[in-house]
Design a protein around this ligand. Structure first.
Ligand code: GLA
Length: 397
């Protein structure tokens, strides 16, 4: 029922083998970066608030070498997962591909390095990934950060990790057209083994919170649905938050309180009011949940996770029926059955839910969620467990 995670070393070996098969020689460099799961603190990063993600044991791995034949100054890239190849010229700046093309994330990162005067020269590259695509586990950040880590390895020019995360975020804004916050690139670049990262998205100060209780596991449940219809939903939420901050007279919703919001209720459009209510309460929940995890106060952490889900469902309106079904089932199993808390994770509109569960009950919980979810939705879910993983790494360099 629970999918096994492959060790990074094994995934890197497979990537090297595939590179060999595709290009006829061994790669010279290999770099990797993980996806992430956010324990709590959703849609708070672009409001200068707190987030509480961890990197997961799922990675994008890129193997590369100089092209065998001297020739054009271009990058050749093969995606082993989808068996697609693409090339782009290293003109200044690297041109964008058509909207939604998978190479835009990669192109944007090359452009970011060019902008800093760092040129890679021509490359042959091949990537593999076991971060679920479009599952809300930051497959795009894993691609950007692994590309940036590869470029650092090839050029020998290492960026400050926060600058690297910002470069990757800009790639996503400018080349992929997604106005994301900083959480995903940050945790993919700076994640640490066995630690959840409490990030203040305004000051970028971090605090590493160990998940020290061996009896607790992080279970990730992929609904295997992605509602594309709401593609513009993320940008719209951002605009609504900015509007609320403007009307409340604060630089960002981070600076607002529930009281201030209530006092200004009449001035706000009801939808904008609810969006702000989510963000203001979610920032508070995130800080409290981190405090709860520090002292293993599981009932408090669980209650905050369920409250986060309700707020995302009712006030922020980024959940969907399938995610709600998963959270309902988790709640039905309850603390007696070993579930501490559960909520949707990531941007929403499909993708994954995250649950904290008792380690000795994880198999039973996973079976019950998978079976009940399929009965209620007629869709098969995928489930896996992950410890907090280390961020981007150079496997060969
Ligand atoms: C996406 C974005 C992040 C963040 C989350 C919601 O994953 O990339 O910056 O806003 O959604 O918390």
């Amino acid at each position: 029922m629970i999918d096994q995670n492959i060790l990074l070393t094994q995934l890197a070996d497979e990537t090297a083998k595939k590179f060999q098969q595709h290009y006829g020689r061994a790669p010279r460099w290999i770099a990797a970066a993980p996806g992430r799961v956010n324990i709590i603190g959703e849609h708070t990063d672009y409001n200068d608030g707190f987030v509480f993600p961890m990197a997961i044991e799922r990675y994008t791995v890129i193997a590369a070498d100089r092209p065998a034949r001297a020739g054009e100054n271009q990058v050749n890239w093969h995606c082993a997962r989808t068996n697609q190849s693409a090339s782009f010229p290293l003109t200044q700046p690297v041109p964008k591909a058509e909207p939604k093309h998978w190479t835009n994330y990669i192109r944007g990162v090359f452009a970011g390095f060019q902008h800093r005067g760092i040129d890679t020269g021509p490359l042959d590259a091949l990537m593999t990934s076991n971060v679920p695509l479009g599952g809300g586990l930051s497959s795009s950040a894993a691609l950007e950060v692994s590309t940036a880590t590869l470029i650092e390895t090839v050029t020998g020019q290492k960026l400050d990790p926060v600058e690297k995360a910002l470069l990757c975020q800009k790639a996503e804004h400018d080349y992929a057209g997604m106005p994301c916050g900083i959480m995903d690139q940050f945790i993919s670049a700076l994640g640490q083994k066995d630690k959840i990262l409490l990030l203040d998205c305004r000051s970028r100060k971090t605090e590493l919170v160990p998940i020290s209780d061996p009896e607790i596991e992080v279970l990730i449940i992929n609904t295997n649905v992605k509602h594309e219809l709401t593609g513009g939903g993320y940008a719209q939420r951002r605009r609504q938050c900015e509007e609320a901050a403007r009307i409340l007279g604060v630089p960002a919703l981070r600076d607002a309180t529930a009281d201030l919001l209530e006092q200004n209720k009449a001035k706000l459009d009801p939808v904008v009011f609810r969006r702000a209510a989510h963000v203001i309460s979610e920032i508070e929940r995130t800080v409290h949940a981190a405090a709860g995890i520090r002292v293993s106060n599981w009932p408090a952490v669980g209650a905050l996770m369920y409250a986060s889900h309700r707020s995302l469902r009712d006030d922020y309106e980024v959940s969907c029926e399938e995610l709600d079904v998963v959270v309902d089932i988790a709640q039905e199993i309850g603390a007696d059955g070993g579930v501490i808390g559960c909520r949707m994770t990531g941007g929403g509109f499909g993708g994954c839910a995250v649950a904290l569960v008792k380690a000795d009950k994880v198999q039973a919980i996973a079976s019950r969620i998978a079976e009940t979810y399929e009965q209620r939705t007629r869709i098969k879910s995928s489930l896996f467990v992950s410890r907090p993983a280390a961020g981007a790494t150079v496997v060969k360099g």
